[in-house]
Design a protein around this ligand. Structure first.
Ligand code: SF4
Length: 355
């Protein structure tokens, strides 16, 4: 059976990989300027290297030092970030630059625990800055490193779970060497980005394959564990459809939704949460589910046949009618002139034909 690496051997293999194959010529490498290292780490958090390079170059040309960034206006900073996305990253950079000026006299702090107190900097980014800029033996655990460690050591569970994260940090700390930490950290990032990719990792070329548990157990896809899916909440409602046929037109009764809440201000079918109309006075149409971002609305449309029930619904005096609302009858032609929620519009088109 395959044994996991000892921490020392693991680090040795990773550092050897760095010397042979690691990326060494990116614009934020070959420097120990904490400002540039910090900026690159933040830009790379959600964005690919090739996208980051021109943004990084333009940013440091306009703001070559942390003090230049601290003195820039919000608009200047945001304009340089425009297109990179996740704009809170830029706002936090700017805030942190001002803090570095006012609280640290313009010098980037060196202690990883202090670095971590700056806006937008988490434990892993603080570890990267401390190791790259200040040669400190600090561990990192970004998304790429989590994946490599979870696979190599078959660490089960979703890394967003506190216990799993703790286990990954323990492993990251145990494996991080006290010498050549920067080379090791850079190589771990490179391995995750280039070799141990999320899909189709290149195990035959991986320096860790000899003892990687997931590789040998043929269970790579299990690591890192996926975020557990929560059951989506759902709400069941009945939509009451009153149709009024006259000699020259067909009308449908709609209620205007109150201004706040789902479909605020739109005209929708009267809605009840409980069905208490006698079954012989209704026809059940095909139920369907409408998906909102956070829940499913399960809709049972009911076609009312009794005049008395239609009148109750029109007056909003049906016993379980929801939310008092304006009520009105609309002809097919008028339906295209008022605001209708999509599922109401679809249902009515199916029922009445397109207007
Ligand atoms: S052997 Fe494969 S799964 Fe294991 S660390 Fe290397 S690339 Fe990732």
């Amino acid at each position: 059976m395959t044994k996991p690496w000892s921490a020392t051997n693991f680090a040795r293999q990773v550092i050897d990989y760095y010397h042979a194959f690691g990326r060494k010529h990116l614009p934020w490498q070959n420097t120990q300027d904490p400002y540039r290292i910090w900026l690159s780490e933040i830009m790379l958090q959600q964005t690919q290297v090739t996208t980051v390079i021109p943004y990084f170059e333009r940013f440091v040309e306009s703001f070559p030092t942390v003090l230049d960034l601290a003195h820039a206006t919000d608009d200047q900073v945001m304009q340089h970030w425009s297109g990179l996305g996740y704009y809170s990253r830029a706002r936090n950079l700017h805030k942190a630059a001002k803090i570095i000026e006012t609280e640290f006299g313009g010098d980037f702090p060196q202690d990883p625990e202090v670095i971590e107190t700056l806006p937008g900097i988490g434990r892993s980014t603080a570890g990267a800055i401390a190791s790259f800029a200040f040669d400190q033996p600090t561990a990192i655990l970004d998304g790429n490193v989590k994946r490599v460690l979870a696979r190599c050591y078959a660490i089960e569970g979703w890394p967003g779970n506190g216990k799993v994260l703790k286990a990954l940090w323990e492993r990251a700390e145990a494996n991080t060497p006290t010498q050549e930490t920067a080379a090791y950290n850079q190589a771990m990032m490179d391995l995750g980005a280039v070799v141990c990719t999320r899909t189709k990792p290149n195990c035959p070329d991986c320096p860790l394959s000899k003892h990687c548990l997931a590789y040998h157990n043929n269970s790579i896809e299990q690591y890192p564990g996926k975020k557990p899916k929560k059951a989506r909440p759902s709400k069941a409602v009945y939509w009451l459809i009153s149709i009024n046929e006259t000699s020259d037109q067909t009308q449908v009764l709609l209620h205007k939704r109150p201004p706040s809440g789902i479909w605020g201000g739109l005209w929708a079918l009267p809605e009840v949460e409980q069905q208490d109309i006698s079954p012989d006075k209704i026809s059940q149409l095909d139920p369907f589910v409408h998906k909102f971002s956070h829940y499913d609305l399960q809709v049972q449309p009911l076609l009312l046949s009794s005049k008395a029930d239609k009148a109750l619904v029109e007056k909003k005096s049906h016993p379980s009618i929801m939310e008092p609302a304006q009520a009105d009858w609309f002809s097919q032609n008028q339906l295209s002139e008022i605001g209708l929620p999509t599922p109401v519009s679809k249902l009515l088109s199916k029922l009445l034909g397109d207007s």
